[in-house]
Ligand binder design. Structure first.
Ligand code: ADP
Ligand code: MG
Ligand code: ZN
Length: 485
């Protein structure tokens, strides 16, 4: 089969916008999302003659934090270089980056594949500035009659992370990106929002024949702007290259872009047209020297990262690995869970409510936990109502939804909506008798040894009471009734 015959090699080059208050070399506001075009600019970030850059310390701090979280070696000495190219969104005519001496290198990230872990090595991590944005009068650039330039993004700080070509499938590439996003968000270095361009990825891919070891040229896919498309674009590209190799066609080394309208990759430029950037050291900035103390101080400030948290949640709270992983997907959610546990020591119950009910609500409304009226106290109240059999676990979601919408106390909602479970035995007895009468076949089966019918009869009682009967009580009552007569 063609799938088994070829192997895939992928390396990623990732840009992450750093969450700093000001830009990298000037004091312009760095929070430019949704801002009026060209409203956060100055002579420095628009490259006016004579304007000089001053490095923002917050950028260094966030870059070092990211590098530490990615297990990189921090270079005490690094330097800035000019990458020269000409494009209307880059008024200086060069981008300031770290080409020869990056701030960090030799890191890695473990991704989880099936039961095992796989180490993806990180070759380097360096600091650079972002460029501006072009707005064309038509989405189809060949039809555009004019273009506008918005320089708000000029000078937004970036880190570029380059992996070794250790990734062996499109799904691994996606898992790597998701893990990277989680980590950058944990340490508050980047929002990780690919759709908004805060995290961007260029993927390099080549295919080799496992028997002959013949290898295709490397193709670079740019403009990938969601986690789903990391996988999709690479799947498409892997198939395209494999088919060409199968036919004995030559694969060009080129840069391709993911095209949303055709749902395929299209050629942007061949390697021969690749620009010559004429890198040279940036004369307007001194070398960047970081002390051992500075690095150690930041090391200590690093919060517990997702992998450690997943381990701890399993050992400390006895959670399943899956549940621990879901709860650790964001720091906010993990902290929320632990706030709940501090108030009520039933981690399993609290984790179930959060994972089954709360997360689906957050997804439906596209908000994060701190953007809601739900406080840990509310989750704890619901957990206690379930544990004392006052409400059924299936009612928890509707109660939570009401709290979510109105901020009301779960206990008040239960009273108002009469959601309390019925465990009044006299009342239940009447219904059980009726159900037993109507299902004489099931009763016979029970006598013949089919104990499973109890579940069926409980279900019938639940239906009669519209889910409000206490299933534990009902089950016990039915069993003793069937055994006595
Ligand atoms: P260049 O100098 O052309 O940018 P690099 O060696 O810096 O190339 O690598 C850029 C990216 O391409 C890295 O992420 C690297 O892992 C990846 N890469 C290198 N060789 C291959 C290959 N044969 N197949 C897929 N990816 C590759
Ligand atoms: Mg490169
Ligand atoms: Zn500025």
């Amino acid at each position: 089969m063609i799938e088994d015959k070829y192997g895939i090699t992928i390396g990623l080059e990732i840009h992450a916008q750093l969450l700093t208050s000001t830009k990298i070399f000037c004091s312009c506001d760095a929070n430019v999302f949704d801002r009026e075009p060209n409203s956060s600019i100055c002579p420095v970030c628009t490259g006016q003659p004579g304007a000089l850059p001053v490095l923002n310390e917050e950028v260094v701090r966030k870059a070092v934090m990211a590098a530490l979280a990615l297990n990189c070696k921090i270079n005490r000495y690094s330097r800035f270089d000019r990458k020269n190219y000409f494009y209307p969104d880059l008024p200086k005519g060069y981008q300031i980056t770290q080409y020869f001496y990056p701030i960090a290198e030799n890191g890695y990230l473990n991704i989880k594949i099936g039961e095992g872990n796989k180490k993806i090595r990180i070759r380097r991590l360096h600091i650079e500035e972002d460029a501006g944005k072009m707005l064309h009068s038509s989405d189809n650039i060949t039809q555009a009659t004019h273009s506008l330039v918005d320089l708000n993004r000029c000078g937004i700080p970036l880190i570029e992370i380059v992996t070794e070509p250790d990734i062996e499938s499109p799904i691994e590439a996606r898992l790597f990106m998701e893990k990277l996003r989680d980590i950058l968000r944990y340490i508050d270095v980047c929002t990780g929002d690919m759709e908004k361009g805060a995290l961007r990825c260029d993927a390099n891919i080549s295919i080799y024949n496992k028997e002959t070891l013949e290898r295709s040229s490397r193709v670079e896919v740019k403009n990938i702007n969601s986690f789903r498309f990391v996988e999709k674009a690479l799947d498409f590209e892997a198939d395209r290259i494999k088919k060409m190799m199968e036919k004995g066609e030559r694969v060009e080394q080129e840069t391709r872009g993911w095209d949303f309208s055709s749902r395929s990759t299209v050629s942007m430029r061949s390697k021969e047209e690749e620009s010559d950037y004429r890198y040279f050291p940036e004369p307007d900035l001194p070398p960047l020297i970081v002390s051992e103390d500075y690095i150690n101080e930041l090391k200590e400030k690093l919060p517990e990262l997702p992998d450690e948290k997943i381990q701890r949640f399993q050992s400390e709270y006895n959670l399943l690995e899956y549940d621990a992983t879901v709860l650790s997907s964001s720091k906010k959610l993990a902290d929320f869970f632990e706030d709940c546990v501090r108030l009520y020591n039933n981690p399993k119950r609290l984790s179930n409510i959060i994972i089954n009910d709360l997360l689906s609500l957050l997804n439906e409304h596209n908000v994060e936990i701190d953007g809601t009226k739900i406080r840990p106290e509310a989750i704890v109240k619901i957990a206690k109502l379930i544990d004392s059999s006052k409400i059924s676990a299936s009612n928890a979601k509707s109660i939570l939804e009401e709290t979510f919408k109105t901020g009301k106390d779960p206990q008040d909602i239960v009273k108002e909506k009469r959601l309390e479970q019925i465990d009044d035995e006299e009342f239940l007895n009447k219904i059980i008798e009726k159900v037993i009468q109507q299902n004489s076949k099931a009763v016979e089966d029970y006598r013949k040894g089919k104990k499973g019918v109890v579940g069926f009869l409980v279900g019938m009682v639940m239906r009669e009471t519209r889910g409000k009967a206490n299933p534990k009580v009902v089950s016990q009552m039915i069993e003793s009734k069937l055994n006595e007569s």
